[in-house]
Design a protein around this ligand. Structure first.
Ligand code: LER
Ligand code: MN
Length: 270
């Protein structure tokens, strides 16, 4: 497995991001601690200087396993399942920009909060909309040369749709696209899954990316989540891709990354 840290290119209200804003400083830090990748959280790809970002990634020998898109929802309300057709259209247009960028960076595109937060009574129509939108986006991903999309189950306190790995797998089956997989986040799974091993094993080939945070959303090792169990499950399915740190900047941003690096080193994850 390869290790990455989630890094936001701009300020955001989303709290579970240890590193944000000063990209050069953050990339230098994670490189110095032995990480191989930087997962980039980008609200609007139109606002980034791709050439400069690529140069920094090269300088610190960092790959980009995935692009986070949730800030477009958190900061601007763009959502694939909004009851407002204009916000839906803007969400789709924004994700097309993320797909184009992902083709350049060879990164997967995350569908987390940008799927939307429909009211409980609007769940069914929202799921139908999401199936249709994801089908369209997967087709667009193929045409743009993007490696594809990953749907992230989020806990019930963040959204009403796709809370579990099984729900994500069922929706992906409905969409029927090979380039749509699952992003398994330990924090959300700890809240929603009955058994981490069973859930990961049941979804096996669909698991294409992993976010790590502990039970309290502090860095792994700072709460009471059974990571050995999760790693056993990942080993069982032959998962050999990225584990990316997405957690609160606790006890402070710098220390949180050092704690995570020590946690990975102790488990021989580089
Ligand atoms: C994002 O990866 C995440 O885990 C959520 O809590 C917010 O989108
Ligand atoms: Mn996550």
């Amino acid at each position: 497995m390869k290790s990455a840290m989630v890094v936001s290119l701009s300020a955001t209200r989303f709290q579970a991001l240890a590193l944000r804003e000063d990209l050069e400083k953050n990339l230098e830090l994670i490189h110095s601690l032995g990480f191989q990748g930087a997962e980039l959280a980008i609200r609007n790809p139109a606002e980034i200087e791709l050439k400069a970002v690529k140069a920094m990634l090269d300088r610190f020998h960092l790959e980009v396993p995935a692009l986070g898109t949730g800030q477009a929802f958190v900061e601007e309300g763009l959502s694939l399942t909004s009851s407002d057709p204009d916000l839906r259209r803007q969400a789709r247009e924004r994700l097309v920009m993320h797909l184009e960028l992902s083709a350049q960076l060879k990164a997967l595109v995350i569908i987390g909060l940008i799927r939307g937060v429909p009211k409980k009574e609007e769940k069914e129509p929202a799921l139908a909309l999401l199936t249709e939108e994801l089908g369209w986006l997967c087709d667009k991903a193929r045409k743009t040369g993007s490696p594809g999309l990953i749907l992230e189950p989020l806990n019930r306190y963040e959204t009403s749709i796709i809370n579990t790995v099984a729900e994500a797998a069922a929706l992906i089956k409905k969409v029927g696209a090979q380039n749509l997989g699952i992003l398994a986040d330990s924090f959300h799974m700890n809240i929603e899954e009955k058994d981490l091993v069973e859930s990961v094993v049941a979804a096996s080939s669909l698991v294409r990316h992993v976010h790590l945070a502990d039970s309290n959303r502090w860095p792994p090792g700072q709460g009471h989540l059974d990571f050995e169990k999760l790693f056993r499950a990942l080993k069982k399915i032959g998962y050999d891709s990225w584990v990316s740190g997405e957690y609160l900047p606790m006890p402070d941003p710098d220390r949180s990354v050092r704690l995570f690096a020590e946690f990975l080193k102790a488990r021989k994850i580089s």
